[in-house]
Design a protein around this ligand. Structure first.
Ligand code: GLY
Ligand code: MN
Ligand code: MN
Length: 443
């Protein structure tokens, strides 16, 4: 796959100009002269000399497409060229980060250092004037991350609206994910175990687990009812009925987050249920429009999914009754989706303004991760689901509402686990752009 975008250097220059102007405003408002961003340091396992996989500060990779740069720093002073202090240690034990190269390097003054402590000499002297963004363990000889909330609130708020550059990278991340999903589906239908489907996925994405934006969820049969099932059974099941696969890919620090549910060849009724959820999901995606309240879309999804439960004979009461009574939440117990970008669950999903604040979730919906009104440039996931979860069904059995459930139907579907269908959708000034469906269509 061609992951090189011919216009990336132009898009990057625009992106950087936008980032600079947002940062200028954040620093001015909060009374800082410099922004310092620590890429981060490795974390070591308890009583061990083994480190966890390095995970770069998302603020760092917002400025440049570099995710492996422990010990490096970004320094930005309004009006000046951004500076990168890049750690390239003399180290024969580990891979040394590659020298900076690519479309972005000309936009930085780059200083190579060989020891983490050498960064100190390149950081501003007037530390009390600095907003220092980073984890506590990035502290360096008096340079201690202060993570000013006013600066973070400002940067997070505007980060919700992606630049054209960011969208270009997210399109690639989506294509890598779609390609890997196709390989995973083929492996499932060929009889592979969860473990082997995972390996087929990684091979097609050309990414290791540590490069993925989150741990793959590859759930055959009833495992699909465990929302974040991350075990990988090595043996194939004796009977394969369904696959729920929630897996993404990364590109230059940006994530895709994709879920598909597949029915085995002889699982016709389950396939019909998947198709009903798929149709509903595309209807929700079509409502990703500027001015749409995301929590209202979530509540709308409950209505539509409850209608599917009724139409397919799982509940007796009306869709309205199922939503009002909370019955729909037994089958759809998570949020409709979340912002996505540099982080798979991206920041500021609840933020009330560029000064912070919180927009509460609607009562009775404790897992919704996005309560804002959609604006052009935002990217959100749309991931409705219907599940047959033993724990939640058992809790329901003791309640009067249990009379509204057709338990014979529910019991017949428990062995299939559940259904989730998840796309990443861009809110534009007009029709939404579905990164995921477009990516599958381009395969
Ligand atoms: N893959 C995690 C999620 O869908 O939010
Ligand atoms: Mn998601
Ligand atoms: Mn997902």
């Amino acid at each position: 796959m061609d992951t090189q975008h011919p216009d990336l250097h132009i898009l990057y220059a625009e992106h950087l100009a936008i980032l600079r102007s947002r940062t200028d405003a954040a620093l001015q408002r909060e009374g800082h002269d410099h922004l310092l961003v620590a890429a981060g340091q490795s974390h070591f396992q308890f009583l061990d000399d083994r480190d966890y996989p390095f995970c770069v500060n998302p603020h760092f990779k917002h400025w440049l497409p570099v995710s492996r740069a422990p010990g490096s720093w970004l320094i930005y002073t309004p009006g000046q060229k951004p500076r990168l202090v890049f750690l390239q240690p003399h180290d024969y034990w580990h891979v040394v980060p590659a020298a900076p190269a690519g479309y972005w390097v000309d936009h930085f003054d780059i200083q190579i250092i060989r020891e983490p402590a050498q960064a100190r000499a390149h950081l501003p002297r007037d530390l009390e004037r600095c907003a220092i963004i980073g984890e506590a363990n990035a502290a360096l000889d008096g340079v201690v991350p202060n993570n000013p909330s006013g600066v973070l609130d400002h940067l997070h708020w505007y980060r919700s609206c992606k630049t054209a550059y960011e969208l270009a990278l997210m399109r690639v991340a989506s294509r890598l994910g779609a390609r890997a999903h196709r390989a995973a589906a083929a492996a499932f239908h060929a009889g592979a175990s969860e473990f082997d489907i995972h390996m087929a996925y990684l091979a097609a994405a050309r990414q290791t687990d540590n490069e993925l934006p989150y741990g793959n969820i590859i759930a055959i049969n009833e495992h699909g009812a465990i929302l974040h099932y991350t075990d990988l059974a090595h043996a194939p099941p004796t009977q394969r009925r369904s696959l729920l696969i929630d897996a993404g890919a990364s590109f230059h620090g940006y994530a895709s987050d994709i879920t598909r549910t597949h029915a085995a060849a002889d699982a016709g009724e389950f396939r019909e249920l998947i198709e009903a959820v798929d149709t509903a999901q595309q209807g929700f995606c079509a409502k990703v429009r500027s001015g749409q309240s995301y929590p209202e879309l979530h509540l709308h999804a409950h209505q539509v999914l409850a209608g599917i439960l009724k139409d397919h004979g799982f509940i007796r009461m009306s869709a309205e009754g199922a939503v009002e009574s909370g019955l729909s939440s037994t089958f759809f117990p998570h949020g409709l989706g979340h912002p996505i970008g540099l982080q798979v669950h991206d920041v500021a999903g609840f933020q009330a303004s560029d000064s912070g604040g919180t927009i509460p979730r609607p009562p009775g919906h404790p897992y919704l991760r996005m309560t804002r009104v959609l604006e052009a440039g935002m990217v959100v996931t749309i991931e409705p689901g219907l599940y047959f979860i033993d724990l939640l069904l058992a809790q329901l059995k003791d309640k009067p509402l249990a009379r509204e459930v057709r338990w014979d139907r529910v019991d017949a579907f428990r062995p299939f686990g559940g259904i989730r269908i998840e796309d990443d959708v861009v809110c534009t000034g007009g029709d939404p752009e579905n990164l995921t469906r477009d990516a599958f269509a381009q395969l």
